[in-house]
Design a protein around this ligand. Sequence first.
Ligand SMILES: Nc1ncnc2c1ncn2[C@@H]1O[C@H](COP(=O)(O)OP(=O)(O)OP(=O)(O)O)[C@@H](O)[C@H]1O
Length: 643
Amino acid sequence: MTSSPAPRPDAAPRRRLFHRTSPTAPLPRYTVSAERHDDALNVSWFTIARRLPRLSGIAVRLAWQAAPRAVLLTCLLQLITAAVTAIGLYATTSALTPLLASGATPERIGEALPALILVTVAACARSLVSALTVATTARIGPRVDGIAEARYLEAATRVPLAAYDDPAWSDQSEAASRAAKDAHQMIEALTSVTGAVLSIAAAAGILAHLHPVLLPLLLLAVLPRGFAAVRAARAAYLADRHTLADRRLRHSVIFETSSRDHALEVRAYTLRPWLLGRFRTVAARLEDAAAEVGRTTARHQLVGDAVAGCATVGVYAALLWLAATGRIAPAAAGTAFIAVQLSSRLLAGLVQGVNTTYKTGLYMADWDAFLADTATRTRLPEHPRPVPADPQVIEARNVTFHYPGSELPALQNVTVRVRRGEVLAIVGANGSGKSTLAKLLAGLYTPTTGTVTWDATDISRTDPEQLWRRLAMLPQRFARWPVTARENITLGQGPGDEAGIRAAARAAGADTVLDSLPDGLNTNLSPSWWGGRDLSGGQWQRIATARAFYRADAPLLICDEPTSALDPLAEEAVYRRIQALAEGRTVILITHRLGSTRTADRIIVLDGGTITEEGTHEALLARNGTYAAMWRAQADTYSGDKV
Ligand SMILES: Nc1ncnc2c1ncn2[C@@H]1O[C@H](COP(=O)(O)OP(=O)(O)OP(=O)(O)O)[C@@H](O)[C@H]1O
């Protein structure tokens, strides 16, 4: 049975690109965050004029950093183009004057010949310089993209983890990554704008020289289209900004629908109609926005063309009148005619260039704002305290923590102390705050109130990168990097020594996994790449554990659910290894497998973000509280044999 097309949730029904044979999923309309409704969405002509130089300045600075010599060469080529244009027009008048004079034809041609040769040479030079400009700009563009993208990545990898939980930052990040990718467009557009402006200025100079009234006439022919272009660019930008969240949603829906990670559930849960419905809903919203931009652009273009057309007719009529009444020489009128035609052609480039410059310029401003905002969020202490190389005590004191935008605290007034050589186990129900507490102790999040210290050093006053170099962490949701098994273990620590990698793999039970791979450590662990192999969930967990163990000299080891996917023998081996690793370092172990907590030096129980129990396994059983209840429940599940 085919269902009738579902009505769009938020617009009047009309013909669509998509046939709605599947249900349309209701999709929340996320709006851009309050900060994004800034003055960029409220631009007046004055603001545009004020802003264009600044927007261009961002791109010019980037271009200068990327390829200063190419920038200088481009400027030189632009000036040559303008000079050649002026020479060509001037030579045209010189050629037309004898040609339009009375006398014998061979003599008139002979007199005009040098000027005609100059006109031809100027035209050839113009083409050559234009080709050189294209080649030079092509050298600058990719380098500018590279720098813009590298800065974006650097900022995104430096910002505190909490930024990723903030939708405002995510919106900004999306706009900035898009701008960085397209930064070369701004360079190309700026080049064509400056080239066209200089050449039109040269033509205007020649016209003003021929007769002062020709200059305002030229401007009359040129300005309306420029005005229309900037208005269209502004409409497109505003629509883009308003649909930013929807575009993010669209990417996310496409990714969820087609990614390998979701492919199994898409099939097993027969998700196709639901997923396509979600896609259609968001695509329809974007389609509407794009159509609206198209209508606005067409309107502006039509009005601009109409006014420009009328103005051009007026210019030609004025030229005829000036020539007919003897106010200018016929040769000057001919040159003016050619200059207006040339300027109209240049104007097409200028219009396109202004359009792109303004639009991409606004995105570059987003990129710039993202870097500035991210730098503010990332601000390091002015004089960072050194991180203790081998902390004796790691302590959270009266720590409360709210995730961004969350009213309920994930942790409330938590105080905990863990010493070097100790294994601290954190247990508790799902969502009780275990992972959050571990992340705070590792400096991955900063407490909303309270302090975390390593020895006497408040870690919020240290350089976090220095801190994390002293951390080995096996997170609950570890990344499956699409690189070789070797890189998955050494992960950013250089090529690694073979013995160290093998020892970490053995300790994590990953040695047997490596033995089963066709190229051993050199096998790529992404089946989507040629020669790549995937692993089972437990095998992946062993590799991720080896990754944490490989950082053998880190004084803090955090294992968050390290054995959730492991078979019992591997599990026992990993816990034995964690126990052994505790010698000379601090170990924090988060687990629901209470069997492993028996050997921990101390256990804390979290409930709703607060510590409710603390002690050794035996002490907590004797207390007969939450821990004892959890222990008994698990013992019952495993028939009391083993937990
Ligand atoms: N990035 C986040 N943004 C907002 N809230 C979050 C975020 N991560 C976790 N929370 C919330 O914080 C609380 C504590 O989460 P946490 O991950 O620390 O729990 P947990 O005890 O480790 O749970 P589990 O046993 O399920 O792993 C939960 O209520 C959770 O919903």
